[in-house]
Design a protein around this ligand. Structure first.
Ligand SMILES: [Zn+2]
Ligand SMILES: [Zn+2]
Length: 275
C-alpha cells in the first residue's frame, strides 16, 4: 500500500512537467510535419500522395480521434515512467534515465554512437513487439487503436491504446539498463523519433526515386513502407529500417512496385483506394 501511495504521488508530481515535455514534442513533431506536407507543400506533393485522401469530414474526425488517443498515450507515458522510476529508486536507488551531464565522460564519438545505437535498438524492439502485437490474441487489446487509422495522418504518431503505449515506453528503461546517454543525445534521439514517426504516417512519399532498390539507402524505410503496413494490416513491421523485414521475410512483395509507382508515375488516377 505504501508502495502504491509513493508511486502514485510520484506520478502526480511528475505530471505537469511530463505532460508539457511529451505534449510539446508531439505537437511540434506531428504539427510541423502536418503543416509542411498537408498545407505548405500540399500542391507540390499532390503527385506524391500514396493513397487517395479521405473525404474532409472523415479525415477531420480521424485527426480529432488521433489527437485524443495521443494525449492519452502521453498521459500513460508519464504514468509508466513514474512507476518505473519510483520502483527502481526504491529497489536499487537508481533512476530510469542513466543520463550523464558532461560530454567529456565518454567523448563525442560515443555521444553520436549512442544515438545510432538507440535508433537501431528501438527499431529492433519495435519490429519484434510489433509482430507480437499482430498476434490474433493480442491485436485487439494492444494494437487495434493504432490501426483504426487505416489511412494515417501525421497525428497517428502516438495514436495508441494504453497497453501499446506502455509496451513502447518500456524500451526506455530497457535501453538505459545497458547504455548511458548524454542529455543532448537523448533529446536528439527523441526528436528524430517523433519527426520520423510523423513522416512515416504523413501519407506522402518524400523519399527520392529508386530509393528502395538502392543497396545501402534501401535499408532506410520510406513513407510507403509504413503506409502499406496500415493499408494491409500486416507485413512491413519495421520502423526506421527495412532489414528486419528483409531478414524475416515480412516485407511486402509489392513494396518496390508501390514505391516506384508513387515516385515515378504522375497520373493521380493510379492512387490506391483508401476507403
Ligand atoms: Zn501494426
Ligand atoms: Zn503506424
Amino acid at each position: 500500500m505504501e508502495y502504491l501511495t509513493g508511486a502514485f504521488s510520484s506520478f502526480i508530481s511528475n505530471l505537469p512537467e511530463g505532460l508539457q515535455i511529451e505534449g510539446l514534442r508531439y505537437l511540434f513533431g506531428a504539427g510541423s510535419i502536418f503543416l509542411l506536407t498537408w498545407v505548405i507543400l500540399a500542391g507540390i506533393l499532390a503527385n506524391r500522395r500514396i493513397r487517395r485522401p479521405l473525404p474532409a469530414v472523415m479525415r477531420n474526425r480521424q485527426i480529432i480521434r488521433e489527437i485524443g488517443n495521443s494525449a492519452l498515450s502521453i498521459f500513460v507515458f508519464v504514468f509508466a515512467y513514474s512507476f518505473t522510476e519510483y520502483t527502481l529508486f526504491q529497489l536499487w536507488g537508481t533512476s530510469v534515465f542513466k543520463i550523464y551531464p558532461d560530454v567529456a565522460t565518454y567523448g563525442w564519438p560515443y555521444l553520436i554512437f549512442s544515438v545510432v545505437l538507440w535508433t537501431i535498438g528501438l527499431d529492433t524492439y519495435f519490429y519484434w513487439t510489433h509482430r507480437l502485437m499482430h498476434h490474433k490474441k493480442l491485436y485487439h487489446f494492444f494494437h487495434l487503436t493504432h490501426h483504426r487509422s487505416h489511412n494515417p495522418t501525421p497525428f497517428t504518431a502516438y495514436s495508441f491504446a494504453p497497453p501499446e503505449a506502455i509496451l513502447i515506453y518500456l524500451f526506455v528503461p530497457l535501453f538505459f539498463t545497458f547504455i548511458p546517454m548524454h542529455d543532448t543525445a537523448f533529446v536528439t534521439a527523441m526528436l528524430v523519433q517523433i519527426t520520423r514517426n510523423a513522416i512515416a504516417h504523413c501519407g506522402y512519399e518524400l523519399f527520392p526515386k529508386n530509393w528502395t532498390r538502392h543497396p545501402i539507402l534501401g535499408v532506410f524505410a520510406t513513407v510507403t513502407h509504413h503506409d502499406m503496413h496500415h493499408e494491409k494490416s500486416n507485413g512491413n513491421y519495421g520502423f526506421y529500417f527495412t532489414f528486419w523485414d528483409r531478414i524475416m521475410g515480412t516485407e511486402h512483395l509489392h513494396y518496390h512496385e508501390r514505391f516506384d509507382r508513387v515516385t515515378q508515375n504522375n497520373d493521380r488516377n493510379t492512387l490506391a483506394e483508401s476507403y
